[in-house]
Design a protein around this ligand. Structure first.
Ligand code: ADP
Length: 310
């Protein structure tokens, strides 16, 4: 790309073409045009579409956030935190952050396109997935977390809907809306703006603060969900769920065959005391991950039906 955007501004000509005004590297003004394509999904405030850049001929995911939804300082702060953290990350298992720009109405965030949706849709179709698939997806998620934690970032919202899948069936961790940077060694975070899906007991408790171990806890809750088809501490309401988490009340259903290696790993991870949870390296060295070779690739058919060898 031969131009460098120093000052960005955008004009929405109509509902189909979005223009980003940029300054070329030689100082001349220019524009980049994006054709808004297929609707990909919607989140809290955002609607996400395919964006086709007419100059670079590149397809990305364009997240459109109406500024009207960002009037509260807290919402703006959360978005700025998300952008600041996400744009600094470069890893094959993390959704790539291209750039962002704005016009009078909206903020546009351009992200690497993940055409096969998220593990949430996979689970909706499949109900639960095989151990081989769990190994395949979790290995990639753990690599993303190793990178994040090495860069002193806690994701704090590991959940099915934040695990994106590309056309190559590669897993990419996304949505850094609740992520936090650890500013000094030993720092304990006190608050989270929002409710993480697989919330750790120390976050509910709130007294001793929390750190990287909350992502480990979520990894255990996610693994249970993938194998069983429902979350470990699920209950009639949030209060009852929190109580189950704090008292560590969960059971493996008898009717689903789950290996002892998987059960052992989940129960080793789901520990109330965060200091007794294994770290990411210990998880990868556990028999669940070493008992058989992990597939390098899964066929796209597994998005809807179990792999044929299972
Ligand atoms: P929010 O942060 O407001 O919750 P999300 O980031 O979850 O919004 O995006 C909402 C939906 O848009 C997702 O569930 C997914 O279907 C789609 N989406 C988001 N990012 C991408 C992406 N990079 N590639 C493909 N689809 C995406």
């Amino acid at each position: 790309m031969s131009w460098f955007a120093r000052k960005k501004e955008v004009v929405t000509e109509d509902h189909q073409i979005i223009q980003e005004r940029i300054i070329k590297i030689n100082g001349d003004p220019g524009t980049k045009s994006y054709r808004k394509g297929k609707f990909l999904g919607k989140g809290g405030f955002a609607r996400v579409y395919e964006f086709w850049c007419q100059e670079s001929k590149q397809l990305t995911a364009g997240k459109i956030l109406p500024k009207s939804a960002l009037l509260k300082a807290r919402a703006r702060q959360k978005l700025m935190n998300e952008i600041k953290i996400h744009r600094s990350l470069h890893h094959t298992n993390i959704v790539g952050f291209d750039h962002y720009f704005e016009d009078g109405e909206n903020i546009y965030i351009l992200l690497e396109l993940c055409t096969n949706q998220t593990l949430c849709e996979v689970m909706r179709r499949r109900k639960r997935i095989t151990e081989l698939e769990v190994q395949y997806y979790m290995l990639q998620l753990i690599k993303a977390l190793q990178y994040l934690h090495a860069h002193k970032i806690i994701h704090r919202d590991i959940k099915l809907g934040n695990l994106f899948i590309t056309d190559q069936m590669e897993l990419k961790l996304g949505d850094f809306g609740l992520a936090a940077k650890i500013e000094f060694d030993g720092e304990r975070k006190r608050t989270i703006c929002g409710t993480p899906n697989y919330i750790a007991p120390e976050v509910i408790d709130g007294k001793q603060g929390h750190s990287y171990e909350v992502d480990i806890w979520s990894l255990g809750a996610l693994m249970f969900t993938l194998l069983v088809g429902k979350a470990p501490f699920e209950a009639a309401d949030l209060r009852a769920t929190y109580k189950n988490i704090q008292k560590l009340v969960y059971t493996f259903p008898d009717h689903i065959p789950i290996s002892k290696e998987a059960k052992t790993l989940i129960s080793n991870i789901l520990k109330i005391d965060p200091t007794t949870r294994p770290n990411l390296e210990q998880i990868l060295a556990s028999p669940f991950f070493t008992k058989n070779p992990i597939p390098k690739q899964l066929p796209a058919s597994t998005l809807a039906v179990p792999p044929s060898n299972s």
